[in-house]
Write a protein of this length. Sequence first.
Length: 287
Amino acid sequence: MRLQREAEGGFIRYYKETERAIRGPRKNPPPKPAQEAEKTVEEELLAHLAPLIEDHFLTDVVRPIKSGKEAVVYCCRADASLGRDLVAAKVYRPLETRSFKRDAVYQQGRERGSRPDARVLRALGKKTQHGQAHKFSAWIAHEMKTLEILHAAGADVPEPIERNGPVILMEYFGDIDNPAPVLLGVDLDPGEAAPLYAGILRNVELFLVHHRVHADLSAYNMLYWNGAVTIIDFPQSVDPRYNDDAFDLLVRDLRTVNGFFAAAGADIVDPTEHALRLWRTHVDPRR
């Protein structure tokens, strides 16, 4: 994908530009009202969708449909060349607004999987601006790659379409007036909970077969549309071959999912026993 080939230098420029946009001039200007500051950040995020319009992936941005501490997701009208009416554009917030300190458990072992060159490893070790920009780029690239792997394997995840800098363009669920709600806010009909829960367990196993543990799986990271569940948000996902905490994260995922589905009336598995069975089958039979 040609847009995916953006150089790391582009992320450093993105970091500097968003830093200036948020901080303003260095000579201590009067603080902007909170609404105006938020508007500035929103304009910066929307500006990153312009290349996707220019390259005929999008024709228009309809509205934001989900806003979190890490990213904002927009419903967009798709170009006719994509063969669909709507797409979702996930735009990551600027590097300035986030810290990777709490992400250490998820970052563990990623260098072994991606094999960065010595220059990048030095920058990461020294926590330089270049290192932070690389980490930011790698965080987004990891989600894109994970979606590509899992969607190709038949998992219930959004189809990834394109990546451009801090933007991932992917399959949209819902209609133009009603985006698919997160499962957390859905009252399931009697009889729905058990088959949906079984489907999620199948997905968890399929993820593991393809060297992924979601690591933040909950009813908040699942979309519900037309009676089906789609699992979203994979930047923190880990590779069990390289992450020493992957098993514990897998157990945590199962325990969190169990909390929602037990309340909905489904019979649930023991999270530790189920995780151990999956792990011995697909990761390490000696555990």
